[in-house]
Design a binder for this molecule. Structure first.
Ligand SMILES: [Zn+2]
Length: 246
């Protein structure tokens, strides 16, 4: 039995977490933000109680049909993605490896549902967390938002990489505010995508997400700095700008 009083969450003692998990089981969507406020409050931080909740998440997820399951995966995914940043987390990945593998399998089932792009990418990102795919298990969601913010590897200027309804371009100012200089992105030809990029592109097409699939070659393509003209790999800059894993 887990002794929750010895564990901590964002509020301190995790004694209240089991009751909160009971409420989450009854209403995942309604209780998700309250739960994550305690277990995952700052986007890159989880606590001993967050990791101790993983077996419970696997149980709750398995009991739900794929349609209702996504909020459980939206809770477990970010916590697992944080695991590599702490001793407790690394230990939890090993101890709960079978539950994490089960969460991975349950996520695959959900990806075949007809989903809004944002939910689809959220699930894809959770799936990458369960597989321990660093960086992209925390930064794939920008693909649904259609924007990444990176720095130029040469001059350091802050750049927006935009891919979506507004077009596919890079720019150094806030393009939403008015007319700015835009440089078109240079996508990789889909047939030339490799590794994770190839897999994400194929999977999005197979799962009926063509608009998302269209963005993948841009994320794994090149951009030019609007200030100094340096051409660089977008994905490499996303990786370089990501939170260190330890
Ligand atoms: Zn530059």
């Amino acid at each position: 039995m887990t002794d929750w009083s010895k564990l901590s969450d964002a509020h301190g003692s995790a004694e209240g977490v089991p009751a909160l998990l009971d409420r989450f089981e009854a209403d995942p969507r309604g209780v998700w933000s309250e739960l994550m406020d305690r277990l995952w409050p700052m986007l890159d931080t989880a606590f001993s109680a967050s990791f101790a909740a993983l077996p419970r998440f696997a149980e709750i997820a398995a009991d739900r049909n794929p349609e209702e399951r996504r909020w459980v995966l939206f809770a477990a995914g970010p916590i697992v993605a944080c695991a590599r940043r702490s001793v407790d987390g690394v230990a939890a990945r090993a101890v709960y490896s079978s539950q994490i593998a089960e969460l991975s399998r349950l996520t695959e089932e959900c990806l075949r549902l007809p989903l809004e792009m944002e939910d689809y990418v959220g699930l894809l990102q959770a799936g990458l967390a369960f597989e321990d795919v660093e960086v992209w298990d925390e930064h794939l969601d920008n693909l649904a938002q259609g924007e990444y913010e990176v720095d130029c590897p040469y001059c350091g200027v802050n750049l927006f990489i935009v891919m979506g309804a507004d077009g596919f371009f890079s720019c150094s100012d806030d393009y939403a505010l008015g007319v700015v200089e835009k440089t078109p992105l240079r996508p990789t030809a889909p047939a030339e995508l490799e590794g994770l990029a190839k897999r994400l592109h194929h999977q999005a097409l197979a799962d009926g997400q063509p608009a998302l699939a269209q963005r993948v070659p841009y994320l794994f393509g090149q951009a030019a700095c609007t200030d100094c003209g340096t051409v660089f790999s977008v994905a490499d800059r996303v990786v370089a700008n990501a939170t260190p894993s330890w």
